[in-house]
Design a protein around this ligand. Sequence first.
Ligand code: NDP
Length: 252
Amino acid sequence: MPEGKGGIHMKCALITGASRGIGAAVAREFARRGWAVAVNYSKSEERANALVEELTAQGVPAMAVRADVADRVQVQEMVDNVLEKFCQLDILICNAGVSEVGLVSEIDEVRWRRIFGVNVDGVHFCCQAVLPHMIHRKAGSIVTLSSMWGQVGGSCEVAYSATKGAVIAYTKALAKEVGPSNIRVNCVAPGVIDTEMNGRLTREDLAALADETPLCRIGTPEEVARTVAFLASEEASFLTGQTLSPNGGLVV
Ligand code: NDP
């Protein structure tokens, strides 16, 4: 079990899709709060390893662990590896996600299945894999990543919106099911955040989105990370089944 300065036991978090973007910011925020972190990635091995090196250099117990969250077998192996190294898993952040932009008439079945595979099956496989451990300990906290489009629907993002709406419903239902085991499950549904996921947007698109936002700007991964860390932490000890939306007021 990882120990911090003075031999104090550290809480352990597994963050999916932590090689970059919001997930990497969450890993840094958790490390800053004194938690050991497992950094999941699918393709970006170098970036995941660089993040782990950065955190390890700060004295934070950290490990990189590869798994495609859409693959149940890989997810189970990932959780087994993390439990082998950390012996305990206190927090799961289901952050890994992909987006799809295009007219609903143009989404082919392969892309439709893939986005549901990563964004919905991925959340389910990760929760299923960690829950036996958390239920056994009668302790744990899970945070899922939805999107404001999962709350209100986005034009030309029908598949993405449908997956993110499913994540909110999944979170609410699971919170009710595992609450009696003292496990909290909450959701973060961000607005427009400055990451590679929005790399296809032009400077003009981003300026227009900022203009529409009451706080007059798009958000940062660090702002989402602080919301995730709050929900996962003891500061939110009576919150479960909730969705918090760091979105600058764009959706209220
Ligand atoms: P990025 O595209 O910047 O990063 C996505 C991360 O997910 C990467 O670390 C990537 O890892 C990982 N990932 C993708 N597919 C898989 C997979 N099959 N298995 C494991 N990991 C995978 O996205 P963001 O950081 O912007 O988004 C993070 C989450 O926040 C997503 O769920 C997204 O839907 C949500 N969100 C983002 C918003 C935004 O405006 N950016 C707004 C609202 C919600 P790798 O490179 O190794 O494949």
